[in-house]
Design a protein around this ligand. Structure first.
Ligand code: ZN
Length: 264
């Protein structure tokens, strides 16, 4: 079977093992069934911006042409620095977009993706965000009415926790035991009163299992910017990465908008 189209980040479903679906053009390919099998991804030397569709020689911020990177709300500063989001002041590249994406309930969480990290996301992005980061467990710390306040809480907690995922450790399946309930209780004692009002009383821990048969040992990261063909036996999927034999991985999200021929 052969499919050609622009790829998008993989869609996911929380199940016993996470289910992954690769969008390629109009097709939606269920990927779990190909674990243990030979697959081939061949870059067709064309990238289309995920916002406007125009051809671009280089992708900015995971899928945008330079023009959209400079103007699209999806690529604005508040995405990388939520505490600088100004939508609540009526300032945004696109107010309608911000009403839907910034001025909606957000959560602050702690997740374990090999190491403990703090993060924020829109409430509707749970558990998608955790799956995309390859987290094996996560707990909600706070629920806020908008992105800005979630960003302030995250920034405060960055004094105590990293906001980064160590993607190589995550892909190697390194798991340091973290007691998320205990860490959450610790956060409660750290937060100042004006932020404590958003503290979540729900102590549910979401656990996530990924479909991985074999973890890479010494990771070799593949990219269509360097290699046209990425092929081999798919040994697992974690976060937004396909894991291939011989310890190779490819970040699908990084290649949003790339025109690819997928052969199985
Ligand atoms: Zn564009």
């Amino acid at each position: 079977m052969e499919y050609i189209g622009n790829i998008e980040k993989m869609l996911t479903q929380l199940d016993d093992n996470v289910k992954y679906i690769l969008p390629i053009g109009e097709e939606r390919i269920e990927m779990n069934q190909y674990i243990g099998k030979q697959i081939s991804l061949q870059f067709q030397n064309q990238i289309n911006c995920v916002a406007c569709g125009t051809k671009t020689n280089k992708s900015f911020a995971q899928g945008f042409c330079f023009n959209c990177f400079s103007s699209a709300p999806e690529a604005s500063e508040c995405i990388l620095h939520p505490d600088k989001c100004q939508a609540h002041l009526g300032i945004s590249r696109d107010m309608q977009w911000s009403i839907n994406h910034c001025l909606t309930p957000h959560i602050v969480y702690l997740a374990n993706s090999s190491n403990i990290k703090v993060g924020i996301t829109r409430k509707t992005q749970i558990p998608t965000r955790w799956i995309d980061q390859g987290a094996t467990a996560a707990i909600i710390i706070a629920v806020t009415p908008n992105r800005h306040i979630a960003g302030i809480i995250e920034k405060y907690l960055m004094q105590y926790y990293s906001d980064k995922t160590s993607w190589q450790s995550m892909l190697k399946g390194v798991s340091n035991h973290v007691d998320l309930s205990a860490e959450k209780a610790k956060v409660k004692s750290l937060l100042p009163a004006e932020l404590l009002q958003y503290y979540s009383t729900s102590d549910d821990i979401t656990t996530i299992k990924f479909p991985v048969e074999e973890y890479p040992v010494k990771i070799k990261s593949e990219s269509f910017d360097k290699t046209q063909n990425v092929e081999g036996v798919l040994t697992g999927i974690k976060g937004q990465y396909l894991i291939l034999d011989h310890s190779r991985v490819i970040n699908i999200r990084k290649h949003r908008g790339y025109l690819v021929k997928f052969t199985i």
